[in-house]
Design a protein. Structure first.
Length: 59
């Protein structure tokens, strides 16, 4: 069974859009976790320097 080129392109765009939303939601979750657990702990217990927190965001 073959899928028409147009139908395949539509499915491809839909898949990419879904991936974008999933990645966006994961980034928001990670940012909340960093703020809640890493940022508050690090700044209150270790240092006010943001270098470590920024490195965690990049990982």
């Amino acid at each position: 069974m073959t899928i028409s080129c147009k139908k395949w392109q539509e499915e491809e765009r839909t898949g990419l859009a879904q991936n974008f939303f999933v990645l966006h939601d994961l980034e928001e979750l990670l940012e909340q976790m960093i703020d809640t657990y890493v940022n508050s702990w690090y700044k209150s217990e270790i240092s006010s320097d943001n270098t470590l927190v920024n490195e965690v965001r990049l990982v």
